[in-house]
Design a protein around this ligand. Sequence first.
Ligand code: PLP
Length: 406
Amino acid sequence: MMKTNFLLRGNNINYPKMEQKPNTQAIRIQTSRTNEKEHSTPLFLTSSFCFDDAEQMRATFAGELENNIYTRFENPNVQEFIDKMCALEGAETGFATASGMSAIFGCFMTFLNAGDHLLSCSSIFGSTHTIITKYFKRWNIDYSYGDLNDPESWEALITPKTKMIYIETPTNPGLDIVDMEWLGKLAKKHNLIFLVDNCFATPVLQRPIEYGADLILHSATKWLDGQGRVLGGVVVGKKELIQEIYLFCRNTGPSLSPFNAWLLSKSLETLDVRIQRHCDNAEALVKALDGHPKLNSIKYPFHPSHPMYEIAKKQMKRGGGLVTFDLKGGLESGVKFLDALQMLTLTSNLGDTRSIASHPASTTHAKLTPEEQEAVGITPGLIRISVGLEDIIDIKGDIIQALEKS
Ligand code: PLP
C-alpha cells in the first residue's frame, strides 16, 4: 500500500496540523524527529526497513499497516520530498522517480495499453518526443500532435481510444504557452487523464491542478534542485491515479535515491526565493535585449510580443527564468555567440544558479530536419538562456559583449 501523504496522516508530530501556506509547508514539512532531536532531516541511507515481529511484517505486506518496507517502494527522505511537492502543487499525493524522464515514462507505461492513443503536441521536450514517436510503435500505442496555433482542431483528434492528454507549458525550448484551462475542460469532457509537465514554471509560478490537471510531473533536476547537482523526478496528483503509478514503479524500479531526495527536499525550502530572483533577472535581461540590432526577436512568456502573452498572464504568476532570442545571423552567429561568452556556461542543463546558454540548432536538435526544427519552434539562430542568480549586471554584460561578436 502506498503511504498516505501528510495531509491524510495525522500522527506525525513534524507534519503541520495548522493551516500553512504552500511555501511555508515546503520549508516546514519534515520526517518524524528521531531520538537524536535533530533540527534538519537526517539521511535515511538504507535499502530496507525492519519489523518488530512476524505479525507486523505480515500486516505491513498485506497493506494493513503503513510501515516502510524497501527503498524501491518508499523511504522517509523520498516521502518528505513528495509531501513538500504535494503541498506546493496542491496535490493529494505523489511518487518520486530517479529522473524527469522516468517520471514521464512511468506515467505513460502505467496508463497506456496496446491500442490506446495519446494526444499531445510537437512542442515538447526532445526525449519525450522520442518516446512518443520512436518507442510507442513497439507497444502499438498511437498518438496525435495537436497544433498549438489551432486549438479548435484538437477535439477532432480525440478518438474512442484516446486515454490521455500530455503537455508542457512553457515548452522546452520554444517557450510556447498552452492554455491549461481550455485543455483541462477538453480532457474532462472526454474523460481523459490530463497530465502536465510543469518543469519550466514550477508550482511557484503556476499550479496546473487549478486548471483541471489530474497529474503533474517535474524534472526535479532543473529548478527544483536549482543548483545543477542531482537528477530527480516527481509525479503528483489524484490519489487513485498515483496509486497505479506507485504500483507500476515499485515493481519496475525507477525510484528516487534517498540522497537525491534529501538534497531536493532541502532545495524546496528556497524554491520560492530562488524563482523570484530568477524572474527578476530574466525580466531585466529581456528589457536590456529588447530591440537589440543583432536580434530578429526575443521570446519571454511575459513579453507583450509573445503570441500567447494573454494566456501566460492568465495562468502564470511571472514569466520564469528562461529567455530565448533569435540571432539575425542564423546558425553561424549562434556558434560564434556561444564561443564569445566569457561567463555563461555552455551546458545542457537549465534551472541552475549559474546562467547557461544553449544553441539547439547546432546541439540538441541538430539531427532534426529544418522542417522538423521549425515545427518545434527552433530557428537556426535560436539561443536559449537559463537566467541564473548572478548579479544581473554581469549576466547582461556577458550576453551583450557576445552578441557584438556574433
Ligand atoms: N521535461 C522537461 C521540460 C525537460 O526540460 C527535461 C530535461 O531537460 C525533462 C523533462 C527530463 O528530465 P531529466 O533530465 O531529469 O530526465
